[in-house]
Write a protein that binds this ligand. Structure first.
Ligand code: AMP
Length: 405
C-alpha cells in the first residue's frame, strides 16, 4: 500500500483516478433508489475538497453491492452522484460505465477541479478477479491514483491493487486519501505499540475471514475474547457438538492452530462459557431476496459447551458477558471487530449490546483507547447510541489491522 498521501501530490491539471467506498445503503421509494445513510460519501469530502482546490480532475470509481458482473439497475451509483453533488455544492458528472468510450469522452471534457463519478465497477466480473487487462482499461484515464476506500483496500481487486500497479509502472504517483490516512494511523501505528493490557474482541460469522487478523493479533494482544458464530468453529475444533450453529468445518485446522499459538505465546484466549441458543425453523415467508425467513423458537441460555442437535448458538450468554466485561475493566487498549451474536435480531442482541456498553465504559470512565473496526460492530455501537463514546470507529468493512499488510 502507498505510503504517500494526497497531501504530497501535485495534481494540478492531472487526471486523478480515485477509489472511494460509496457502498451506501439504498432503499427503493416510489420506484427510485434512495440513499438511507450517506456517511461514507460525507467521509470522502475532505480528500475531494483538497484535490479540487489543488486543481486535479477527479475521476471517482467505486462499487455498490454485489452485482456479480451484471448490470443491476438497483445497484447503480447514479443516486450517489446526485448526493455527492449536493454535499460538495458543485456539479458532479456521471458516466454509465467505468471503462470505454463514454468514459474517455467525459474525461477529455474535464476542466481542473471537475468531479466525475463512474458507474459501479463490479458490473464487470474482472474487477474482483483483479484482471490485468481490465485494470489497464480502468487506468487509461489515470495520471495519478488515490485510494480512499479503506473498506475495499484490503482486497486485491482491479480498482484497488490493479490500477495502482499499472499507474506505478508508468511512473505515476499512487497515494492514500485523507480518510485512509486517518484509518491507517489508528489501525496501524496506534496498534503497533498499544498501551497494555491490550484486549481484542473478535466476533462475527467467519474464522476464515479473520484468521490473518487473529494470527497477527496473537503476536500483539494480551487477551483475545471470542464471540459470534466464530466461537462455534473453535468449539468444533475442541471436539464439542455445535448443533445447527453456523460453523466452518473447513476452518477447524485454522482454529486449532490459533488455539495452539495462543497457548505458546501465553495470550489469554477466551471462548464463551455460555450461549443463547434457539431452534431455527424455516417459515413459508420469503425475505427481500426471496429466501425463506428463518424463525428462532425457544431462546434459552445454555451453559453446556455442547449445543443440542436441533438448536443453534446465536449470542453469548450472561456469564460470558460478565467474564468479558471483567477483562475490559482493566484494558488500556481495546480493539473490537465483529458482533457477539445475530445482533440484527433483537432476541440475540444482548451480548453485543452489553459488550458495546462495556467498551464505552472502559473508554469514558477508565481512559482506555478503544478502536472499533468493521462495519457490523460500528452498526451495533451506533444502534446502541454509543458511537461517540469510543475513541475511533473505522468505517472499513472487513478491513482490519492485519489485512493492510
Ligand atoms: P462478519 O461479517 O464476519 O463480521 O459477520 C457479521 C455477521 O455475523 C452479522 O450479520 C451477525 O448477525 C452474524 N453472526 C454473528 N454471530 C452469529 C451467530 N451466532 N449465528 C449466526 N450469525 C451470527
Amino acid at each position: 500500500m502507498a505510503k504517500l498521501t494526497v497531501r504530497d501530490l501535485d495534481v494540478r491539471g492531472k487526471r486523478v483516478f480515485m477509489r472511494v467506498d460509496y457502498n451506501v445503503p439504498l432503499e427503493e421509494k416510489d420506484g427510485q433508489m434512495v440513499i438511507t445513510d450517506a456517511t461514507r460519501i460525507v467521509e470522502t469530502l475532505p480528500t475531494l475538497k483538497l484535490l479540487i482546490e489543488r486543481g486535479g480532475k477527479l475521476i471517482l470509481t467505486a462499487h455498490l453491492g454485489r452485482p456479480k458482473g451484471k448490470r443491476e439497475a438497483t445497484m447503480s451509483l447514479k443516486p450517489v452522484a446526485g448526493k455527492l453533488s449536493e454535499l460538495l455544492g458543485k456539479r458532479v458528472g456521471f458516466v454509465d460505465d467505468c471503462i470505454g468510450e463514454n468514459v474517455d469522452t467525459a474525461v477529455a471534457g474535464m476542466k481542473n477541479g471537475d468531479v466525475l463519478l463512474l458507474e459501479n465497477v463490479r458490473y464487470y466480473n474482472e474487477e474482483e478477479k483483479n484482471d490485468p487487462a481490465f485494470a489497464e482499461k480502468l487506468a487509461k484515464v489515470a495520471d495519478v491514483y488515490v485510494n480512499d476506500a479503506f473498506g475495499a483496500a484490503h482486497r486485491a481487486h482491479a480498482s484497488t491493487e490493479g490500477v495502482a500497479r499499472v499507474v506505478a509502472k508508468r511512473g505515476g504517483k499512487c497515494a492514500a486519501g485523507l480518510l485512509m490516512e486517518r484509518e491507517l494511523k489508528f489501525l496501524g501505528d496506534e496498534l503497533d505499540n498499544p498501551a497494555r493490557p491490550f484486549v481484542v474482541i473478535l466476533g462475527g460469522a467467519k474464522v476464515s475471514d479473520k484468521i490473518k487478523v487473529i494470527d497477527r493479533l496473537l503476536d500483539k494482544a494480551d487477551t483475545i475474547l471470542i464471540g459470534g458464530a466464530m466461537a462455534y468453529t473453535f468449539r468444533l475444533a475442541q471436539g464439542y457438538k455445535t448443533g445447527k450453529s453456523l460453523v466452518e468445518p473447513d476452518a477447524i485446522d485454522t482454529a486449532k492452530s490459533a488455539l495452539a499459538k495462543a497457548k505458546a505465546k501465553n495470550v489469554k484466549f477466551l471462548l464463551p462459557c455460555d450461549d443463547v441458543i434457539a431452534t431455527p425453523v424455516k417459515t413459508d415467508k420469503l425475505d427481500k431476496k426471496g429466501k425463506p425467513v428463518i424463525e428462532f423458537q425457544n431462546p434459552t441460555t445454555n451453559g453446556d459447551m455442547n449445543c443440542p442437535d436441533n438448536a443453534a448458538g446465536l449470542d453469548i450468554g450472561p456469564a460470558t458477558v460478565m467474564a468479558y466485561a471483567a477483562e475490559l475493566l482493566t484494558a488500556k487498549t481495546i480493539l473490537w471487530n465483529g458482533p457477539m451474536g445475530l445482533f440484527e435480531n433483537k432476541q440475540f442482541a444482548s451480548g453485543t449490546n452489553a459488550i458495546a456498553q462495556a467498551v464505552a465504559d472502559a473508554t469514558q470512565k477508565r481512559g482506555a483507547k478503544s478502536i472499533i473496526g468493521g462495519g457490523d460492530s460500528v452498526k451495533a455501537l451506533n444502534k446502541a447510541k454509543l458511537g461517540d463514546k469510543v475513541t475511533f470507529m473505522s468505517t472499513g468493512g472487513g478491513a482490519s489491522p492485519a489485512s493492510r499488510r
